[in-house]
Design a protein around this ligand. Structure first.
Ligand SMILES: *Cc1c(COP(=O)(O)O)cnc(C)c1O
Length: 339
């Protein structure tokens, strides 16, 4: 495996820290918890899409693109990091936002990631929930071509075999850190959505024969569909790397019991997880992905899923600016009341 064979533009602050969460470990009992801080990749407040964009943006530049097109849900962290990368490289960026939640809360529609998309100068337009977003992006690309532009389409979440190389790279980075620290990692847990993060991680770890099981906590699709998506992308990723037979179907494990009512819809366990991390570790999670991912991890710890003394690494995939799109999910006392 030789990642330098692939074009890459450095966009992230890497390596991201790997740190213990001793307060949370003490509070929950059971395994020792660690956090891999991919919320600290640096690009426009960071997140996991930055690693994928290092390879995707390099491919776009190689192909002579002057305009990037991508899509996501209204509070897409991927869209925000994509336009920020486009700014750095002097490219235009068009973002299509799918109204997946139906929320008309002005904070959700205008604040958080949407505010930053506009601050970065993206051309943003909305599509209804359930729209065929890949087709919408193709249509836009045709229009831009007719206007003399050279567009490059990045799929939702940056999840194709090029983007997934960013998480093959993250697997190598994590192993190097663990080796340096003398840390034996027993489990790696993270939120899984468009599948690129998990596909890259399982491919990178399997190619190194690391023996570290990865657990993706789903935020949208049911388990069978999520695992099938991740496995299919892992196979394309290993082919891209010139390997075969590296990832087996059993390497791909997702738990989709923490989605609640649907993608981007708050759950009580997400609110608990976001609040616990904020108050005991000083770490900001997000309401759509890492909050539900951590809610899953907390519940599994409480159920005794992990052994005492095991080291469990939570990959923090970022997204905290989406908190500003969900103020209503948190019920704080009214501090303006004069007491
Ligand atoms: C996109 C995203 C994920 C999920 O990563 P995928 O590669 O799409 O599975 C997790 N957390 C955050 C904060 C994200 O923005």
């Amino acid at each position: 495996m030789h990642l330098s064979r692939f074009p890459r533009i450095r966009l992230g602050h890497l390596p991201t820290p790997l740190e213990p969460m001793d307060n949370l470990s003490r509070l929950l009992g059971g395994p020792r918890l660690w956090v891999k801080r991919d919320d600290c990749t640096g690009l426009s407040s960071g997140g996991n899409k930055t690693r994928k964009l290092e390879f995707l943006m390099a491919d776009a530049q190689e192909k002579g693109a002057d305009t990037i097109i991508t899509q996501g849900a209204t509070q897409s962290n991927h869209a925000r990091q994509t336009v920020a990368a486009a700014c750095k490289l002097g490219l235009k960026c068009h973002i299509l936002l799918e109204d997946r939640t139906g929320s008309d809360d002005p904070a959700y529609v205008h604040n958080g990631n949407v505010f930053l998309d506009q601050l970065h100068g993206a051309t943003v337009s909305k599509r209804p929930g359930g729209a065929d977003m890949p087709t919408e992006m193709e249509k836009l690309a045709e229009q831009l071509k007719e206007a003399g532009k050279t567009p490059y389409i990045i799929p939702g979440g940056g999840s194709n075999e090029i983007g997934a190389l960013g998480y093959v790279n993250a697997a190598l980075e994590l192993l190097a850190q663990a080796n340096d620290m003398g840390l034996q990692i027993d489990h790696l847990v993270h939120a899984t959505g468009s599948a690129g993060t998990q596909a890259g991680l399982v491919t990178g770890l399997a190619a190194c024969h690391a023996g570290i099981p990865v657990l993706g906590i789903g935020v949208r699709a049911p388990q069978d569909k999520q695992e099938a998506n991740v496995f299919a992308l892992a196979q394309k990723t290993e082919a891209k790397l010139g390997l075969s037979g590296v990832v087996s179907r059993q390497d791909v494990v997702a738990n989709c019991d923490y989605v609640g009512d649907g993608y981007g819809i708050p759950t009580e366990s997400m609110v608990e997880a976001v609040t616990l991390l904020a108050r005991h570790e000083g770490i900001l999670l997000d309401p759509v992905y890492s909050g539900k991912g951590m809610a899953g991890l907390i519940d599994l710890i409480r159920q005794g899923h992990f052994k005492e003394g095991e080291n469990v690494v939570f990959l923090h995939t970022g997204g905290s600016v989406a908190l500003f799109g969900y103020p209503g999910a948190f019920d704080f006392p009214d501090y303006t009341a004069t007491t």
